[in-house]
Design a protein. Structure first.
Length: 95
């Protein structure tokens, strides 16, 4: 999903939100909503997606990515097909 988000950002789209939907593969997947303003060009943005089921791992990754200049823009808890929960955090640099 990070690759698709960055491709959309490179085409002028900006992150607007995220949600969860039930997939046919069993589990709940995260979907990201991006929008492009036709009248005002978007500035260059870089997106990073962080996903883990361990909060200690997420804390470490958030600290590292924050030090690199990224800011938190959204978070969702999804369920995997195996029944576990996964925290998905979207960050952005260049806002």
């Amino acid at each position: 999903m990070q690759k698709e988000m960055q491709e959309a950002a490179d085409a002028g789209y900006e992150y607007r939100g995220q949600s969860v939907f039930s997939s046919t593969f069993g589990g709940k997947e995260v979907v990201v909503i991006m929008e492009r303003n036709q009248t005002t060009p978007s500035t260059a943005r870089e997106y990073k997606l962080l996903a883990t089921s361990r909060t200690s791992t997420m804390q470490k990754e958030m600290s590292e990515i924050g030090d690199a200049g990224f800011s938190y823009v959204g978070m969702t808890v999804a369920e995997t097909a195996m029944g576990g929960k996964e925290l998905v955090v979207i960050t952005c640099r260049g806002r």
